[in-house]
Design a protein around this ligand. Structure first.
Ligand code: NAP
Length: 251
């Protein structure tokens, strides 16, 4: 890798939307750091595919909800010879569908730790490296939120929806905080996308069950989210910051 390489970190890049984003960014010439938490096999298979297609990447395990692991993740990126120019805060979790009155503090805190604290910590480390205020050369951050931030996810996971609402507030606040420091911060709000996350909620077929409620009458593909993320990190969106793109088939 040369010192001029642009490095893109995709958290949760081993599966679903993150994997599609990692593949697309690699195709665009980024050196991609594929972060994952526990599914090493999936992350390695994404890396293998990128390599076979002529792209370059590295797999880095770290739980983004843990401060020490985020610090270790960025220290590993510092050892690469390129420059971190893109952060995609994609890692996110949800738990079994239930009503709010049945939720434990442990459950709520685990969702907030991964979906809110994680992106905060990754943004903190990225800003230190990208901001012109700290001698950096700028960059772009995309936070992967959810249509749930708008709908509230009643009877399913209000904790998850609220975590995405918090992420939207952070996206707006950070975008303004670093707007004059050559860092753009934007968000995407996917709707019902075909990935494994719905099985974690206890309903693998959730997208199909709800498809009639989607104005476009179909669930989305991870690649359709990745395209918007690519646009937001590219120079083509050079005047866009603090914005959210809804990618939900009209939902
Ligand atoms: P997914 O298929 O379940 O993949 C989630 C990825 O996040 C996995 O790679 C997982 O790592 C990683 N991850 C989870 N917790 C982590 C942690 N603490 N540290 C590091 N990595 C962690 O989910 P997805 O559907 O692609 O979702 C990606 C993002 O899109 C999430 O933020 C989600 O909220 C958002 N989103 C999804 C939908 C949808 O319908 N699918 C809709 C709206 C928003 P392992 O592979 O190691 O487990």
């Amino acid at each position: 890798m040369s010192a001029t390489d642009r490095i893109a970190l995709v958290t949760g890049g081993g599966r679903g939307i993150g994997a599609a984003t990692a593949r697309l960014l690699a195709r665009e010439g980024y050196f991609v750091c594929i972060n994952y938490r526990s599914d090493a096999a999936s992350a390695r298979s994404v890396a293998l595919g990128i390599g076979e297609a002529g792209g370059r990447c590295q797999v880095i395990q770290a739980d983004v909800s843990q401060e020490a692991e985020v610090v270790r993740l960025f220290a590993a990126i510092d050892r690469l010879s390129g420059r971190l120019s893109v952060l995609v805060n994609n890692a996110g979790i949800l738990h079994t569908q239930m009503r709010l009155e049945d939720m434990s503090a442990e459950r709520i805190n685990s969702v907030l730790a991964t979906n809110v604290t994680g992106p905060f910590l990754c943004c903190r480390e990225a800003v230190k490296r990208m901001s012109t205020r700290h001698g950096g050369a700028g960059g772009a951050i995309v936070n992967v939120s959810s249509a749930a931030a708008r709908t509230g996810s009643p009877n399913e996971y209000i904790d998850y929806a609220a975590s995405k609402g918090a992420l939207d507030s952070m996206t707006r606040g950070l975008a303004l905080e670093v707007a004059a420091e050559d860092i753009r911060v934007n968000g995407v709000r996917p709707g019902l996308i075909h990935t494994g996350i719905h099985a974690d909620g206890g309903e693998p077929g959730r997208v199909e069950r709800l498809r009639d409620r989607i104005p476009m009458q179909r669930g989305g593909k991870p690649e359709e989210i990745a395209e918007a993320i690519l646009w937001l990190v590219s120079e083509r969106s050079s005047y866009c910051t603090g914005s959210m793109i809804d990618l939900a088939g009209g939902l």
